[in-house]
Design a protein around this ligand. Structure first.
Ligand code: AMP
Length: 318
């Protein structure tokens, strides 16, 4: 591994360049040249889900930048910022293994030199529902740092996980609404063998919490399996699973339009997002399945459309 002023950027041999300051990032970034740079933004504590994003970036972009930044702006005062897992050495090993070219590893004062920014990106109404309702201001904090990291890295493509579906939707909206010259690529959720969606927060789970947590993905699977019968059947099947697990405190379990995040009506046919959030022990977990509702229904890997607001999924079928 070399720092940004070092001699080598041969990722396969020496590991990625590492930049901790804006000046180091500028030097390292200039070594990558123009065009075809992919970025994977993370908060660290990297796992196979992050590795999969990096591999997608590797496969399509000429150079890959990974950012590791625990963004204080997106954590509420009573959230887990101080206990969020920090595993920088292991993260760097993964970045080396995956052939990352450059890791940007800033501290909050590098990203926010004046302290909390007075001007932030507003996520708008879509930022106030589901996760945004449980975590006020969260998505403003996410979009603000995503905007800054896109500017700082000068990436052409950015890779995000479907695991954080609402975040993905809002980033797409920001890119479109604020004319960022960046292509967003969605990567399907990576799961443990038993179905649990991979998450850095899974490290908080005790063995029995982990058993309890499985009800989230089981509920999504049950709901998706009922998709051919329509929205009510999906919701009923999914709820039937979580009510059998009283130790999982469900915050929401919804079947929504993937572009508007509004509940889909009973006559809805086509794509929908089955999403769940809940607390298990001291840990808040989220998960979702994109599904197709109606004839030929079932789980979808990723959405075919780009969450186009004009793509009206709520009209009655003709
Ligand atoms: P985080 O470090 O949790 O902020 O996540 C960084 C990126 O990795 C985000 O785009 C997440 O959606 C994505 N990600 C996290 N977990 C998974 C997963 N299990 N599968 C796919 N992508 C994931």
């Amino acid at each position: 591994m070399t720092d940004a002023g070092g001699m080598s950027n041969d990722a396969a041999v020496a590991g990625p360049m590492v930049a901790r300051t804006r000046a180091e990032l500028k030097v390292a970034r200039s070594k990558l040249g123009d065009g075809d740079v992919g970025v994977v933004m993370t908060m660290g504590a990297l796992h196979e889900g992050h590795a999969t994003l990096i591999r997608h970036a590797r496969a399509h972009a000429r150079h890959v930048i990974v950012t590791i930044f625990l963004n204080p702006l997106q954590f509420g005062p009573r959230e887990d910022l101080s206990r969020y897992p920090r595993t920088v050495d292991a993260d760097m090993e993964m970045c080396t293994r995956e052939g990352v070219d450059l890791v940007f590893l800033p501290t909050p004062d590098v990203i926010y030199p004046e302290g909390d920014p007075g001007v932030r990106v507003s996520a708008g109404p879509l930022g106030n529902v589901l996760e945004g309702q449980a975590r006020p201001g969260h998505f403003d904090g996410v979009l603000t740092v995503v905007g800054k990291l896109l500017h700082l890295t000068g990436a052409d493509r950015a890779y995000y996980g479907q695991k954080d579906a609402q975040q993905l939707l809002l980033i797409r909206r920001m890119i479109r609404d604020l004319d960022f010259p960046v292509e967003v690529v969605a990567v399907p959720t990576v799961r443990e063998a038993d179905g649990l969606a991979m998450s850095s927060r899974n490290m908080y789970l005790t063995e029995s919490d982990r058993e309890t947590a499985l009800c989230l993905s089981r509920a999504l699977r049950a709901g998706a399996a009922a998709a051919v019968e329509g929205p009510s059947a999906v919701r009923r099947a999914a709820r039937a699973v979580v009510v059998r697990e009283p130790l999982a405190l469900i915050d929401y379990l919804v079947l929504v339009d993937p572009a508007t995040l509004e509940d889909v009506p009973e006559w809805h046919l086509g794509e929908a997002l089955l999403a769940v959030a809940g607390r298990v022990g001291t840990t808040r977990l989220i998960d979702n399945f994109p599904v197709r509702v109606g004839p030929g229904g079932g789980p979808l890997e990723v959405f075919a459309h780009d969450c186009d607001p004009d793509h009206d999924l709520t009209s009655p079928p003709s």
